[in-house]
Ligand binder design. Sequence first.
Ligand SMILES: Nc1nc2c(c(=O)[nH]1)N[C@H]1C(S)=C(S)[C@@H](COP(=O)(O)OP(=O)(O)OC[C@H]3O[C@@H](n4cnc5c(=O)[nH]c(N)nc54)[C@H](O)[C@@H]3O)O[C@H]1N2
Ligand SMILES: Nc1nc2c(c(=O)[nH]1)N[C@H]1C(S)=C(S)[C@@H](COP(=O)(O)OP(=O)(O)OC[C@H]3O[C@@H](n4cnc5c(=O)[nH]c(N)nc54)[C@H](O)[C@@H]3O)O[C@H]1N2
Ligand SMILES: [Mo]
Length: 764
Amino acid sequence: MQHPIRFYDKPAGGLGSLNGTTKALRSNSVLPALKVLPQLNQPGGVDCPGCAYPDSPKDKSVDFCEQGAWAIAHETTRLRASPDFFAGHTLASLRTRAEWELEGFGRLTAPMLYDRASDTYREIGWDEAFKLAAGALRALDAPSRAVFYASGRSSNEAAFPYQLFARAFGTNNMPDSSNYCHESSGMALGTTLGVGKATITREDFEHADAIFVFGQNPATNHPRMLGDLREASLRGCRIAAFNPMLEPGLRGFADPQSPLETLTGRGTRIASEYFQVRVGGDLAAITGICKAVLEAEDAGGKVLDRDFIARHTSGFEDFAATVRAQDWQRIELDSGLPRAQIEKAAAMYMASKATIATWCMGLTQHEYAIETIQMLVNLMLLRGNVGRPGAGLMPVRGHSNVQGDRTVGVTNRPKKEWLEGLERVFGFKPPAQHGLDAVAAINGIIDGSVHAFLGLGGNFAVAGPDSPRVLAAMEGLQLTVHIATKLNRTHLHPGRVGLLLPCLSRTERDEQAGGRQFVSVEDTASMVHASAGRGDPASAKLRSEPHIVTELARHTLGESQLPWQAMGSDYAVTRELIEKVAQTAVAGFEQYNERITQPRGFHLPNSARLREWKTASGKAQFTAIALPRDTIMGRARAAFGDAVLCLATVRAHRQYNTTVYRDTTGEVDRYRGVHHTRKVLFISAATMARLGLSDGQKVDVHAASPDGIARQCSGYQLVQYDVPDGDVFGYFPELTPLISPQLVARGSLTPAFKEVPVLLKASE
Ligand SMILES: Nc1nc2c(c(=O)[nH]1)N[C@H]1C(S)=C(S)[C@@H](COP(=O)(O)OP(=O)(O)OC[C@H]3O[C@@H](n4cnc5c(=O)[nH]c(N)nc54)[C@H](O)[C@@H]3O)O[C@H]1N2
Ligand SMILES: Nc1nc2c(c(=O)[nH]1)N[C@H]1C(S)=C(S)[C@@H](COP(=O)(O)OP(=O)(O)OC[C@H]3O[C@@H](n4cnc5c(=O)[nH]c(N)nc54)[C@H](O)[C@@H]3O)O[C@H]1N2
Ligand SMILES: [Mo]
């Protein structure tokens, strides 16, 4: 059997990225993509539909990355999944296809309705589609039977009418991709700093002395951030990475825009220190750093910002006492890091005058995600690292407008002020009771209490836990409506009325009755800016997301007092309405329509950045957290024995969430060196030796599920890799069937995608 790994010993970026960009273009669509790329992330251009990393505040002629090029090439593909295509493929046959094949059929071109007799999707007219959806929604016995899912790629101008539709219909059942993603970050920051968003902007990277990067693989998922880290490193900023996997992409980076680095293949060092915590060990590691800082203070080191702590914070004494009470042995055991390393991280933190902490899914998709991020806030508060230049916290968001969708009301837990704003502007009383989040929606679909599913983008069932069971259960729904650009597996399990409604993508021209439209999005640093597609639509039958959403609403709710048609035909109307609702709920939307035309848009003020604390105590809040004893892995090992391993599901280089890209040269995960197969598990030599397994061997992965349901994925090849003993890593979405919906983060209920107890058995 061929070993799938070829060790990658070059810095990230460089020629590999340039080749990757060229391949992206060759693979699909040279001309359309080449037209889009120069406009990407530029004033007056298109916001990259890839990640939510902020645009450059400087004038840069190029502000896109290899991964953006792949996203654009796949969006502007010439391939079409047309009605003829669907006529020739039953859903049963499509269900046997791999993720990349579904994606590879190309753009959807016409509205389709599922026909059970032929097991195919068939074209119908738009008006008929809207009427069918409206009829099925109105036939539900209660509004709470419906869920309105949103993936974070939609614009503010689509998301706002979507949440208005759900609430005017009578429900807050608005699960979104945030529930799967940074929910824990929003909650942890909200309780401690009073605002659930990053306290820094991209400029701050130019002023930091130290940057701590937790649980993030930016070479693959936020390559533009790697450019900022490279510049920081070049000017002497120290960078610490906390990651159980030794990620080659975090160690060095050759800037594809630097001819010297690209040609010599010699990059710039990114992480000056690499801390290989155990999976789920960050809470203990950060507790240890806090403890070392407090010990240095006790030894007379004067390392705390006493003035800041006194003036701006609350809860310091409780927090400090709890941290002091944690013993080093326990910290070492739980974090997987020796005390000396933790003290090294603490020394680095104490030597820095301005520190930034960033994080991504390595912190959020864990049982104790909220506590971990709260502990990180504690650490930053100790030296006043919030609300001054070059210092602060940044959850690096995933989907390009996931933050904006939340700002304009897409959430199952709306704030009171937002609902009051809706009532004031629209004159109806929105439901106050919180709705279903993603995991609750999954449970509702499985237990039959949910009857209708609408999805504004995304791949709901495949992106969530227990995908096979959820997909099967979706066929029992009265209604499924998917607003999408491309085919995916969730679409292959339609309800009794099953609609697939194709929409314009972000790179395409959007003409409405009110003229040519543009949309707006908010990045992870709270910059709201415009995005205007110019390309020809993939099909004349495509409609824009705002049009589809407002027409669905109008057909369902009738011509009430709500201005559906105005919002669907002139997005300036929507922005004006957002501004009105936001007036008393979200600061910073004043003169939205005027300011959105500024070249780089505008920044939504962040109260914590201004050192105004909108918390219960009116101060920045320290949180006293003791290391937990009751854990997912502890419970699983007690029930299933010591052979239980902790599986963290991660992304490969050639994928965007559930969208898997096929690279004809077989490259799957460049920096980790994986080729030709995604069915691999990264595992340490020590773990293999302990379990009697060997490198390259094939295994079946069995979930050590808390609910007793058998879950299995077969035929995974073991790859020896530098990871902690007891932890294994593999790719989602393929391994998602192992995940029980009971494995969630406390408080945020985000699935613990990085903390799945599994057992390995040699394949027959
Ligand atoms: N090209 C591309 N770009 C993307 C995406 C994509 O799929 N493709 N997805 C977008 C989205 S929605 C998101 S949310 C982001 C995701 O961006 P990331 O969070 O970078 O993505 P993951 O692959 O989930 O990687 C998480 C990292 O966390 C590490 N990790 C796992 N467990 C732990 C742990 O317990 N502690 C620590 N410290 N680290 C851990 C893994 O080794 C890995 O390096 O990227 C966005 N950008
Ligand atoms: N096991 C495991 N599961 C995970 C994660 C993990 O780390 N491990 N990460 C989680 C995270 S962080 C996230 S954010 C979720 C992502 O969950 P989702 O957002 O639901 O999934 P995506 O794969 O991003 O959605 C892709 C689909 O979106 C549609 N699409 C693409 N562009 C557009 C557009 O412009 N408009 C519309 N209407 N549709 C469009 C296409 O049909 C495409 O198939 O997955 C989560 N799932
Ligand atoms: Mo995400």
